[in-house]
Design a protein around this ligand. Structure first.
Ligand code: NAD
Ligand code: ZN
Length: 248
């Protein structure tokens, strides 16, 4: 159980394991995506420069796949927790899927972007936009008005994640840090628990996932199991203590 007191602020970091039970493959496990594609072929600026159609083929498959999946009980548990905690809840996901939103989460920081958003490769004045375009045989990659190619709005290896200022502020502020289904390998997310722990004694850190993460040493408690089964019965919200006036 993770006890949450009335003043506690909770930071949650989710990774690919969060969506595994919904049928979206993780990166590194068995059936991991990288068994079919190599990361440097599809998820880096170099890959984009070399073969943008191969990159779009990969992300088109992921868009297509997403149309067939639903949130799992873990996503719903976090949406419920957000409802209870309001502003005291911060959800940061490395996932580009929209399962958190489909489960009802409202304030999700997608540090690695969103599968259903695209943007101009030249980062011209056109902001990222919602997009479910998929590469079909023989099609050309759409162009922006400025002439640049449209690319997935995804943070590739070697690029800077989105929302880092907001994330840093929330890490500074939290009393409970929980990571779910993330192998603790990909930076900077893997270091978030360490930032939070810099104020040890104050922050309690938890991990929920199928196996121990690489950064296990920074967690006070590690709960092993599928997040879809563990999260729905994990949080114990403590009722606010009434002050003398309210007691009457
Ligand atoms: P990862 O693939 O490196 O690690 C996945 C972790 O999830 C592993 O530690 C594994 O033990 C755990 N896991 C597997 N099944 C689980 C389950 N049912 N319940 C709980 N945990 C389970 O993923 P990562 O750490 O998130 O980092 C890799 C990168 O993968 C991120 O940048 C992320 O953007 C990207 N990614 C996203 C998606 C998605 O959007 N759904 C899918 C794959 C990868
Ligand atoms: Zn442009």
């Amino acid at each position: 159980m993770i006890p949450i007191a009335p003043q506690d602020r909770v930071f949650i970091l989710t990774g690919a394991g969060m969506s595994a039970e919904s049928g979206l493959p993780t990166f590194r496990g068995t059936n991991g995506i990288w068994r079919t594609y190599r990361v440097e072929q599809v998820a880096s600026p170099i890959a984009w420069a070399r073969d943008p159609k191969l990159v779009w083929q990969f992300y088109s498959e992921r868009r297509r796949r997403h149309h067939t999946v639903q949130p799992n009980p873990g996503h719903y548990a976090l949406a419920r927790l957000e409802e209870e905690l309001g502003d005291r809840f911060f959800l940061c996901t490395q996932n580009v899927d929209r399962l958190h939103e489909m489960a009802g989460s409202r304030r999700v920081t997608h540090m690695h972007g969103k599968i259903f958003q695209s943007r101009c490769e030249r980062d011209c004045e056109r902001p990222p936009f919602d997009d479910d375009w998929m590469l079909e045989n023989g099609a050309e990659i759409p162009l922006c008005a400025c002439g640049g190619k449209i690319r997935p709005h995804i943070c590739w290896f070697g690029e800077t994640p989105f929302g880092m200022e907001r994330i840093a502020a929330a890490l500074e502020d939290c009393m409970v840090f929980l990571a779910v289904g993330t192998s603790g390998v990909v930076e900077p997310a893997a270091s978030f628990v360490r930032y939070a722990r810099a104020r040890r004694g104050y922050v309690r850190t938890y991990y929920v996932g199928a196996e121990e993460p690489l950064n296990r040493a920074f967690f006070d408690e590690v709960l092993l199991g599928p997040s879809g089964e563990l999260l729905p019965r994990l949080f114990a919200l403590q009722a606010p203590r009434m002050n003398a006036d309210e007691r009457g």
